[in-house]
Design a protein around this ligand. Structure first.
Ligand SMILES: [Zn+2]
Length: 274
């Protein structure tokens, strides 16, 4: 828990500056026993305890979060953290849930959401409703990932599936998906990408890389001529691995994300490399 109280106050009984004390409190809230940490001022002379307004509002959220944790609802931190991980503003998330932004501000501020609103929040934050932004309006298809990479190999006239960690092939794939979303309204593979230390990468690529290598691309929906054109253009702009690696890494839509965060397809409008 972060420090709540920043200012010092004097004892109302005239004993000078009071001490900030961290305390564990237990209480029954909505019929549930909860324990939480808080801070208050304590006079070491007369023992009087005083709260502050600043502390009171934080304590309200702490109590609310302890309660939410106890009954299995998302906490303020989980809602805010989940939203930020998806790169969404409060207004974005509210819009996708069809609720007012005021509701979202209240839930993140400590007001407890109903069970049905909690389900709606989880649906969005866990990507069940938000799949368009995650996957670019297409269902994720491993055979299609393989097919797109094979098309890149034809176009680049060299192998890119062999690089063991998918380091460079992922960058080609990322541009193909993002540019297809921007120009055709849907991605090529439905892949979800995150910003990793070395630039954009398939989310959970470690779990996917073997499946991609083993996939049969003939199971995939064939590429359209527009899709092939995009792949060919990317190959011409970035004939070498190092080029696609460097340029993708420098994209603003990548740099603005924290490591580990999802890069939403809607950001494709701000690509500068292609
Ligand atoms: Zn005192």
């Amino acid at each position: 828990m972060n420090k709540i109280i920043n200012e010092m106050i004097n004892c109302p009984n005239g004993h000078g500056e009071m001490q900030i004390t961290r305390v564990e409190k237990k209480l029954k809230f909505r019929g549930v026993d909860i324990t939480f940490q808080t801070e208050h001022y304590l006079c070491s002379v007369c023992g009087i305890e005083v709260g502050s307004i600043e502390q009171a509002s934080v304590t309200q959220r702490v109590i609310s979060d302890a309660y939410r944790k106890a009954v299995g609802l998302l906490t303020s931190e989980e809602i805010r953290g989940g939203r930020k991980k998806l790169g969404l503003t409060q207004a974005d998330l509210a819009q996708h849930m069809c609720v007012g932004i005021a509701s979202l501000k209240r839930w993140e501020g400590g007001i407890i959401q109903t069970k049905s609103m909690d389900r709606a929040l989880r649906n969005v934050l866990q990507g069940q409703v938000f799949s368009d932004v995650y996957t670019g309006n297409r269902s994720f298809s491993i055979p299609r990932v393989k097919l797109v990479l094979r098309e890149f190999e034809l176009s680049l006239q060299r192998k890119i599936l062999q690089d063991d960690k998918g380091l460079f092939s992922a960058k080609y794939l990322w541009y193909a998906d993002m540019v297809a979303f921007r120009e055709l309204g849907e991605s090529m593979t439905g892949s979800t990408y995150a910003r990793l230390p070395l630039g954009p990468q398939l989310n959970n690529y470690r779990d996917l890389i073997d499946a991609i290598k083993e996939a049969d691309e003939s199971d995939a929906e064939p590429l359209t001529s527009e899709e092939k054109k995009i792949i060919s253009k990317i190959s011409m702009v970035f004939p070498k691995d190092k080029m696609v690696f460097d340029v993708s890494h420098r994209e603003v839509i990548v740099q603005k994300k924290a490591i580990g965060n999802i890069i939403p397809y809607l950001d494709a409008a701000e690509l500068t490399g292609l």
